[in-house]
Design a protein around this ligand. Structure first.
Ligand code: ADE
Length: 240
């Protein structure tokens, strides 16, 4: 069996992640040796009695900044040559399914969760390899953002979803939103399952689903289609 994906999350709120991680499919991924998620309490790397992780910004201004010393020590306690050190920040690259796929193929991820107004710039300059944002809004707590990314990444590790999961058809994985899904009963409160899905004709079902996915994406997220076309053009070396 291949080596598990290892993830270390550095935060001042380790308990917040643990509850979620242990209760979800991530608990099973760990039990099956597919992915291991550890939390690291940043305060364990402080040296003063108050276990201080933040301080006032040079130059003044509101809010607090995360101090460099505990963050350097915490990262260096687990970092290996192949580690990716990911800072969760609203200034980062927007998180996408593609990014989740790429991170799921790495060996070791270290997430640094920002809190307060941000981290000392020297952390960013010399420790961080990747910066990720989960959306254009500001959370008080980077641990929440890291949990979102860890969930999206770990479910893509082969074997984690077991029988539940073909991930190739779901929303975003082909650059489109997913087609509509139905299950039993065939008639519910006067609403019927489309005949084509009950026909047993797989080619027709595929065609219907592709059309529905394209139509749904066109209506709800036309930006995804533009992006997809642009990416394909870039891949094929078109310049126009
Ligand atoms: N920390 C605070 N807000 C965030 C966001 N939108 N994405 C990632 N980390 C964050």
């Amino acid at each position: 069996m291949s080596e598990p994906l290892e993830i270390d999350v550095i935060t001042i709120f380790p308990g917040m992640l643990r509850g979620f991680l242990d209760a979800s499919m991530l608990g099973r991924a760990a039990a099956n040796g597919l992915a291991v998620v550890r939390t690291i309490n940043l305060r364990d790397f402080t040296e003063d009695v108050h276990r201080t992780t933040d301080d006032r910004p040079y130059g003044g201004g509101p809010g607090m900044v995360m101090k460099p010393e505990p963050l350097f020590k915490a990262v260096e306690s687990v970092r290996r040559p192949e580690s990716r050190v990911v800072l969760m920040t609203p200034q980062g690259e927007p998180f996408t399914q593609r990014r989740a796929e790429s991170l799921s193929r790495k060996r070791h991820l270290i997430f640094v969760c920002g809190h307060y107004e941000g981290v000392d710039e020297r952390v960013r300059e010399s420790l961080i390899t990747d910066e990720i944002s989960i959306g254009d809004y500001v959370l008080t707590n980077g641990a929440l953002a890291a949990t979102v990314v860890v969930d999206a990444v770990v479910r893509l590790v082969p074997g984690v979803l077991g029988g539940e999961g073909a991930t190739e058809d779901e929303s975003f994985s082909q650059g489109l939103l997913e087609y509509p899904q139905y299950t039993r009963p065939t008639r519910f409160r006067g609403m019927d399952v489309p005949e084509i899905l009950k026909s047993g004709n797989h080619a027709e079902v595929d065609r219907w689903r592709r059309k529905q996915a394209a139509e749904r994406t066109r209506l709800r997220r036309p930006d995804l289609i533009t992006k997809d076309v642009q990416e394909r053009e870039n891949q094929h070396g078109c310049t126009g």
